[in-house]
Design a protein around this ligand. Sequence first.
Ligand code: DHK
Length: 150
Amino acid sequence: MRVLVLNGPNLNMLGTREVDIYGSETLRDVEDICVEAGARLNLEVICRQSNHEGQLITWIHEALDHFDGIVINPGAYTHTSIAILDALLSVGLPVVEVHLSNVFRREEFRHKSYVSQAAWGIIGGFGSQGYEMALSAFARRLAPPTTLEA
Ligand code: DHK
């Protein structure tokens, strides 16, 4: 089972960017956590980050033939991008939306998420642990049902 972890704009600045809000872990740390969690959970995890909406959309389209699910932190595109919502809806893969911060404790413009409309679940406020939670949800969802012994 393969899961694509997508991070959007400014998440490459993790570790130096507003550490009081986003924490001191770098994007590399977050991606390492995802790959390690994937190994524990028996998921193949591939991580990508872009500051460009079109690149994120292309990766979402390409995921259709290569992945079983998507974990996405769209950064500020969460609150603005109907195009990313449409891309997620067009591929129809299960999506977990992750935010490092609890967006509902922050400015009102962060309370609206377009992406949520395509999401199976939403996780926010747990820092990098949120990505592990998302992957663990996929491991449960994608695991083949255990057969009962006769
Ligand atoms: C990351 C961002 O870059 C913001 O634009 C979002 C999100 C929140 C996060 O908490 O991970 O508003």
